[in-house]
Design a protein around this ligand. Sequence first.
Ligand code: MFK
Length: 570
Amino acid sequence: MAGFLQTPPALGDAWRDDRVLREALHFHLGDDAFAAAEPELAEMGALAVSPRVLGLARRAETEPPVHVPYSPWGRRVDEIRLSDAYVELGRIGVEAGVTALPYERSPLGERVRIAWAGLVALWGPSSALYTCPVAMTDGAARTLLQHGGPDDVAVVERLTSRDPGRAWTSGQWMTETAGGSDVGGTETIARVDERGRWRLTGTKWFTSSTTSEIALTLARPEGVAPGSRPLALFRVHRTLDDGSANGIVVRRLKDKLGTRALPTAELELDGALAHPVGDPRAGGGVRLIATMLNVTRIHNAIGSTAYLGRALAWARAYARVRRVGGRLLATMPAHRATLADLATDYAASMALVTRCCELMGAVEHGRADATDARVLRGLTPVTKLATARWGVAGVTEAMEAIGGVGYCEDSTIPAIVRNSHVNPIWEGTTNVLALDFLRAAQRDDALAALAHDCRDALARVRDDDAVAAPAALAAAALDELEARAARWDDDDRAQAGARSLALGLASTYACARLCLQGAWAARRGDVRTAAVATRLARRGLVPPEPPPDDGLGMDEPVSPQGASSARAVG
Ligand code: MFK
């Protein structure tokens, strides 16, 4: 059949062609460590976009897990069958070190988390969301190392192995029917049996990577008070040492918008054997599992950023081959402006993620002071919430840039869009994270620490011609955000403004980091990151503060004074 046939876009090498990722890693690692890390990154960059791996990812996305509750002869088995393509993608990641690298002796020392972030960013968008078990496994290993006892050492060795034959993954069973945002409503009860062992009974409502060998979970020791403080943390194994079931019944698999290769289930714990992490009678399980949450939130941010980078790479590949009216899309001003905005969001996300990983590595290697730890405490929720929102908006824009074919499943773009949508929900929604930041600001001085760190970065470049203008705008934005938070004289006002504060801080902090990196790159002859900082700053760093509650959120009647009458009465 004659007629027009569009030349297909060709995805370039994920490492070689991603200047933003390469430069961010080079800047944060320095010349020698970058040279040391590059071979593994280059290998993964080529592998991640190879026809074999992209084919595995495509197949895994179309072969969702299957729950087989009973054997042919009626015995309860609760088998979950996974796509072998998904399992193979996991094997590739584990062998490459996506779980092991930060726990190995590395010549990169405390900077290993920066190189590791690059590895996960390259592999992640080709992994059909195997990044989810990897995130939880990393979080569990860190939590057990920090808060566990001698029994946990062998488990950590499994969680951090590069050998697919030995490597375990971990789940995180936090969410119950009361919801992920109300952990204090946890109903699972922990009881001591006649042999002095802890056993859990209750329902876990969202358990991802349900086939993982272990999980960390919260439960309420029998007889303690309600609320979150008395909750205790436990390690639970899917099967017992003899291979028999551990009192865990799969109610059903969740039918999700995306993350389709990844099993997510509702579980009934029916006296499941559990190993306490710390002293269960002392409570404080939420504080202990927060270690895991902070790790998985950084993984979440890497995932959002990496998907945005992959979608942008597809959009650029398409722009290089698509002609409209005889002109390549890549040369058309409207399209170039749209892609430049996407490129700005991608670089801003990358700046936040690499800074988080720099601090995370320093904390993990005992090289951080108390201020660094406070910066990381504040930066983690800010980075997670901002990258997730920029990611969803960005991959949707990239899909639009590719047009109708990008909306079709066989282009693989819809899977990117669907999977990105989990990021603002998984591990805390935007508002939950904004409120988390607010608490960190109030309890741990995280806003002051973040602002101090941001000003420190800006002071180092304010006289540098390449970035002086965006640095001045970022400094003014920071003043405005701090003044805004200082004006909040009651809790309702602070909570209503928390999201805009967190998003403003994300843009401002990213701009400051891009100024620092941009000045460094400009000295080496590349002014593109300085241009990104300028574009980001000119776009406006501070979102408007929400006006006083006028009832419009719930469409309640508005009183003549402008206050919601429903609120005035209630
Ligand atoms: C890819 C998979 C796809 C599957 C689909 C996903 C669907 C969605 C599945 C989900 O449900 S994901 C949601 C998972 N859940 C969360 O992300 C939890 C969200 N909620 C929070 O983060 C709350 O802030 C939190 C539960 C932690 C607060 O609980 P509380 O009971 O109000 O505790 P509080 O008093 O704020 O903190 C208790 C202690 O923990 C305090 O320490 P102390 O005991 O020493 O005072 C806090 O300082 C500490 N803490 C809390 N958050 C922390 C933290 N410490 C460090 N970092 C943090 N982030």
